[in-house]
Ligand binder design. Sequence first.
Ligand code: ATP
Ligand code: MG
Length: 432
Amino acid sequence: MRTHYSIKINQGMDGEEVKLAGWVHEIRDLGNLKFLVLRDREGFIQITAKKGETDEKVLRLIDSLSKESVIEVKGRVKKNEKAPRGIEIFPVEIHILSKADSPLPLDVTQKVDADMDTRLNNRFMDVRKPHISAIFRIRSRIIKAGREFLLGENFIEITSPKIIASASEGGTDVFPISYFNREAFLAQSPQLYKQMMMSTGLDRVFEIATYFRAEEHDTRRHLNEVSAFDLEMAFIRDEEDVMNVLEGLVLAMIKEASLCERELSVLKQEIEVPKKPIKRLNYEHVLELLAREGKEIPWGEDLDTESEKLLGEIMRDQGEDIYFIKGYPTDAKPFYTMPKDEKHSRAFDLGYKGVEISSGGQRIHDYNLLAERLEFHNIERENFTFYLKSFRYGMPPHGGFGLGIDRLMMQLLGVSIREVVLFPRDRHRLTP
Ligand code: ATP
Ligand code: MG
């Protein structure tokens, strides 16, 4: 329908005939002069109609337009230093493709602020705002960068089932669903499946996965449906091999975000790309750092929200936005976690500006040890028979991680997780 997006029109095209299509962002009627601002995916352009010069039919149609209606415009490009970007369109024909009702549920021009609930209830209109759509363009770019990085590192992209028979991470935070006459669950992660892949010979796999988590959180960093880069790799020496891949992946994604110039300028943001190598802190060292600031965490416990944030501040003062925490206590981590010694494991977390964005580690590949750990965690072995079986007939040493895309996005832009997910799912929100 269009020959150009608005942004492609420039002064050099003076006199050319073009076709544009998009939404009526604003209408200004000065009697003899009528201005329309047309908005499309890439930007805005002014359409100027004049009594006496513009066709009567076109003038009448402009009078009948409502804001946010979708129109198609055929017109001539005109240089005009007074118009935005020094150009305007002289309309020859305008067609209404879809008329918008009024009043509008949300003000796209942002003269009126809306609260988050109103915005999410009208997300289809919220995303029409350039600084909101910029978020999802950046998101698309970092996902592309992540995928390309991993394919470049010889990983194979897989798809694992989301309807499963037992909780993949253990625990109770699963959504039960009815599967014909049986109970099933929505997958908390591809954990069991990507580990089974390690015994197939496909060595290195990843998935851009959806996690379903029935956690009753009410925070700015938790949702019940999450997107993540989920990865597993075999023939590793230890967790450091996995951390190296995560380091490469996350830095490639942040770098790509930093290159989204137009989007970042709309958002009035800059993104600093952390330098390699990412600091690798031991769990004990982290406890010390926190204790020095007056925050005592008993050995063996996971960091709570407050200490994660405090650690972010401590690291920021040392010039580090992003950092690994490794050597976690084994019992604080899931059943599949490889122990390093009596108390410590080969599990790690990745923190970014005070929020965990990834967890991973080396996994247990020994059948007997795995069975033992299931028992330790009070997880019924019967539910895991299909998984355990893959450890009995040749399972190489392996490890992996899950990197939350929503979490990474929110930390990149310093916003709530609800800002970076199109249609977020939380305890109170199931629509739209
Ligand atoms: P947290 O302790 O921060 O709630 P987790 O340790 O339960 O997260 P993992 O099972 O380690 O989460 O999942 C791997 C990654 O997936 C996390 O580091 C995070 O980036 C993302 N993630 C997991 N659960 C959520 C959630 N409910 N909301 C948003 N992101 C999540
Ligand atoms: Mg975690």
